[in-house]
Design a protein around this ligand. Structure first.
Ligand SMILES: [Zn+2]
Ligand SMILES: [Zn+2]
Length: 345
């Protein structure tokens, strides 16, 4: 054998050995991954956000040492609650409001004692010495205009319970139903009429209004779904509910067609200007439109004026322009003046 053969043979053996070693490492890695999942360090004692964060009263242990100044933040507020032995029962979006309140109380010599900080009936409750009632009342009123989700300008809404929401988050809570040629979508899920077994209205109130439409799907088309997932309940507060009833296919079993007939007619709203008035109520701005039929011209004018000013405050037009759900009346008239807006605010 010549030295060239020995050199080539040695090289090939080296490559083969390296390949086998590499395969072995890969297979060990795969084995570890498959059996145990990605290898991560266990973190049983991972620090909480609160421990990592830096805040003014981090090392404060006594209420009398609690510092109130411009720099205090959400963690300080949580610390104040801990030092008082209470829990904060408000959404985080209200923390800045409460921080402003305690700064103002501090100016009045407040001893930092508070027995409860919570939301009740969509407004802030802050229980401390009676002498501060006037200041607290001011913040209670303010809270009724701060969205509990994002902290932006909001108003009190009713959706099963009372809460404060900006228009954006209120629309999200109401949900959306849109019509399709062969069915509809509800909150992003698509349903076809051919999948529906039975529909019925439910929860009739003392005014004779059904609060929801219940749709039961064909079991044989969804053999894997649990019985509880085979029905969909659409409340009358959902955006697009009127149009859904308006276009419900005829002769679906289980339906009260006398009720549906009341949704066959839709008209423009004098307040918001959208084609969303079903049965004396506007689905878009949610005003009762019977006041617009008042024979007294002054009463009618005032109802439209206040309705339009509230629609303006609620940024209704802005959100409706972002994603129009209803047709706009081309002849709709805004009746408020700049003076009306100034007086309203
Ligand atoms: Zn919001
Ligand atoms: Zn309206």
């Amino acid at each position: 054998m010549t030295p060239l053969y020995i050199l080539t043979g040695g090289f090939l053996v080296l490559v083969a050995a390296l390949y086998l070693i590499f395969r072995r490492i890969r297979s060990v890695d795969n084995y570890r991954y498959q059996d145990y999942g990605p290898v991560t360090d266990p973190m049983p004692d991972a620090p909480t956000d609160e421990e990592v964060a830096d805040y003014t009263n981090k090392y404060c242990t006594r209420l009398e040492d609690f510092v109130i100044d411009e720099s205090i933040n959400d963690y300080d507020l949580q610390k104040l609650a801990v030092l008082n032995g209470i829990k904060l029962q408000i959404s985080r979006a209200w923390y800045p409001l409460v921080l402003d309140l305690i700064r103002e109380l501090d100016q009045l010599g407040w001893d930092r004692k508070v027995s409860c900080i919570k939301e009740k009936y969509a407004s802030l409750r802050f229980y401390t010495a009676h002498q501060y009632n006037e200041v607290i009342e001011k913040y209670t009123e303010r809270s009724e205009k701060v969205c509990e989700t994002c902290g932006e300008k909001g108003m009190i809404r009713y959706h099963g319970w009372e809460y404060v929401a900006c228009r954006k988050h209120y629309l999200q809570a109401r949900g959306l139903v849109t019509l399709l040629p062969e069915g509809f979508t509800y909150n992003g899920k698509t349903f076809f009429w051919s999948q529906v077994a039975v529909m019925n209205f439910g929860d009739k109130n003392h005014m004779g209004t059904y609060r929801h439409l219940e749709i039961h799907l064909e079991k044989k088309q969804f053999p894997k779904l649990q019985p509880s997932d085979l029905s969909v309940r659409i409340y009358n507060s959902v955006v697009g509910y009127g149009a859904l009833l308006h276009h419900l296919p005829l002769h679906m079993p289980g339906l009260d067609y006398d009720w549906i007939d009341q949704f066959r007619r839709v008209s423009y709203c004098d307040i918001c200007g959208y084609e969303a008035v079903y049965r004396n109520s506007c689905e878009c701005c949610e005003n009762d439109t019977r006041c617009l039929l008042d024979p007294d011209e002054n009463h009618r004018h005032r109802a439209i004026l206040y309705g339009q000013l509230e629609w303006l405050t609620d940024e209704g037009e802005y959100y409706e322009s972002l994603q129009p759900h209803y047709r706009k009346n081309p002849d709709h008239k805004i009746i408020y003046t700049q003076q009306d807006i100034d007086d309203w605010e």
